[in-house]
Write a protein that binds this ligand. Structure first.
Ligand code: BGC
Length: 256
């Protein structure tokens, strides 16, 4: 196991997905392995799935985790789609004695943003030194990652803003609503457009990257988006979160 390989784990509302990542190139060095997120997603259950993912890859060295909520210094501050017991928990401290390796953790959308900025759709953008890039992930919920001068401003949570209609963005444009409400691609695209136009007015980014698994269906809903010259799909689709989780370096050492 080379030192430049880190196991990336993306905790999603529907699946936990993991793969070893070569952090110098952002490439996966094995097929990703996916396990359904346990229904009530209590800490003890998710931790045992994380250990199962490590076992699957026979992994004993560093891991990086993307978590679907606000995370500061390893401590979970919000966990809307998981069990409320997560709030206040220090994921790194919880995993340290069990995983017996260095653990880093950050918000899942921030992780996806890091991957896209380093090796994907944001790699060469924006070229202006004062540029702002915003990545939006459309999945079970909506996540956001904001970059200024290519530096991450973490935990932005633009999925929870309220649109002019008074609806929360997640209740309008999450990818999970499409099958749930039986929306056509046109209806879904129009919802995403309504959301992106609103966020665009708030943040005025030079570039918006649309991520999450649904970005792999870009051709189907992008015809309904305005300002397309400043919007592009993520390169790594659903794998961006686990790649970025591996790239993020805030390890605690086991010697601490
Ligand atoms: C959470 C975010 C997360 C997003 C995508 C939202 O509900 O609040 O922290 O990034 O879902 O998982």
């Amino acid at each position: 196991m080379s030192k430049q390989n880190i196991l990336g784990i993306d905790i999603g509302g529907s699946f936990l997905k993991s793969a070893p990542v070569d952090i110098l190139t952002g490439t996966l060095i094995a097929e990703p392995f996916k396990v359904s997120t346990p229904s009530c997603a209590e800490p003890v259950q998710l931790v045992s799935v994380i250990l199962q993912l490590m076992q699957h890859f026979d992994w004993t060295s560093q891991i990086g985790i993307g978590f679907p909520g606000v995370v500061r210094d390893g401590i979970v501050r919000t966990a809307i789609h998981l069990h409320p017991d997560w709030v206040g928990l220090n994921i790194r401290a919880l995993l340290k004695p069990l995983a017996r390796t260095d653990v880093s953790v950050l918000n899942d959308a921030d992780a996806a943003g890091l991957a896209e900025m380093a090796f994907g759709a944001g790699r060469d953008e924006p070229t202006r030194s004062d540029g702002t890039t915003l990545l939006i992930t459309l999945g079970t919920g909506i996540g956001s990652a904001l970059f200024r001068h290519r530096r991450l401003i973490p935990n932005t949570e633009f999925g929870h803003i309220y649109l002019e209609s008074g609806e929360e963005a997640e209740a309008v444009a999450s990818a999970s609503l499409r099958p749930k409400l039986n929306l056509s691609w046109e209806e879904f695209g129009q919802r995403v457009d309504r959301y992106l136009r609103y966020v665009d007015r708030l943040v005025a980014p030079d570039l918006i990257i649309v991520g999450g698994g649904v970005s792999e269906e870009w051709e189907k809903f992008s015809p309904y988006l305005s300002n397309l010259e400043r919007i592009r799909p993520a390169r790594f689709g659903n794998n961006a979160g686990l790649i970025g989780a591996a790239l993020y370096r805030d390890y605690i050492s086991l010697g601490d």
